[in-house]
Design a binder for this molecule. Structure first.
Ligand SMILES: Nc1ncnc2c1ncn2[C@@H]1O[C@H](COP(=O)(O)OP(=O)(O)OP(=O)(O)O)[C@@H](O)[C@H]1O
Ligand SMILES: [Mg+2]
Length: 243
């Protein structure tokens, strides 16, 4: 296979000394893929994404972007290399308008034509175009998630890191967000996302990884993981009991 656009090798990271949250995580992302990371609460999914983006230092292992080790580099520097990140929480500036939020996104990468990219984002997210002067804090959760995605796409990244894009959204908005993820991917952006909505996310993914206790547990094509009885039993919730 060709060289992955992004790869983590034996990634170890944590927040407090001597407590590792990631215990050697290996993930590959190839050009054009949508790869989803699933796993229980506290598995280290957000920690993995934060470490890839340089928000948390890797204690061991490597983060390779087209073969170059970016572990140890700062987020602003990593953005310039073509990676964008949408955090799980607090991902818009609530007191700024949509247009201002997008303008800030343009600053992540030198040479970004903010005007042109903003118009492109309004094509991709027509609802944001209609409301460009509205402050982000007064928008619905689903709309805010779109602002966050559009802001991350402003610098025209090769790779988009999405942490729980559907979290807390009503089913209709979950569909809308997932449709946008597919549309963005079809436009040429490679996507690495974390999702609680595991079945839906795996169904639209090229491949997936199950992470548990900071370790790789299962991996494979999205459809195969969905059909794996062990994965279903342990991580996808079989239903059955009421509470
Ligand atoms: N800033 C922090 N300081 C200390 N510990 C943290 C911090 N952030 C996360 N942790 C711990 O790291 C572990 C993994 O957290 P992480 O947020 O990566 O999990 P997750 O898989 O994304 O879970 P969720 O599905 O709930 O979002 C948890 O035990 C959490 O308490
Ligand atoms: Mg998380």
């Amino acid at each position: 296979m060709t060289q992955p656009v992004l790869r983590t090798e034996g990634l170890v990271a944590g927040y407090v000394p001597e407590v590792d949250i990631l215990n050697g995580v290996d993930v590959d992302l190839h050009d054009g893929e949508i790869v989803t990371i699933v796993g229980p609460n506290g598995a280290g999914k957000s920690t993995l994404i934060k470490t890839v983006f340089g928000l948390l230092a890797a204690r061991e292992g490597r983060v390779l972007l087209r073969g170059e080790d970016i572990a140890g580099r700062k987020p602003h520097d990593i953005s310039r290399s073509g990676l964008s990140y949408v955090p799980q929480l607090d991902n818009v500036f609530p007191s700024l308008t949509i247009e201002e939020n997008l303008g800030l996104g343009a600053l992540a990468r030198k040479g970004t034509n903010a005007g042109e990219r903003t118009e492109r984002m309004y094509e991709l997210f027509p609802r944001l175009g209609e409301r460009r002067k509205q402050v982000a804090g007064t928008m619905s959760g689903g709309e805010r998630q779109m602002v966050a995605m559009a802001r991350a796409l402003m610098p025209d990244p090769e790779v988009l890191l999405l942490d729980e894009p559907s979290a807390g959204l009503a089913p209709a908005f979950v569909d809308a967000i997932f449709e946008k993820v597919v549309e963005v991917n079809e436009a040429g952006v490679t996507v690495l996302m974390v999702e609680q909505n595991a079945r839906r996310a795996l169904a639209m993914s090229t491949r997936g990884y199950v992470l548990d206790l900071g370790r790789n547990r299962f991996q494979g094509p999205g459809g195969e993981l969905l059909e794996d009885p062990k994965v279903a039993e342990l991580y996808l919730g079989g239903g059955g009991s009421r509470i």
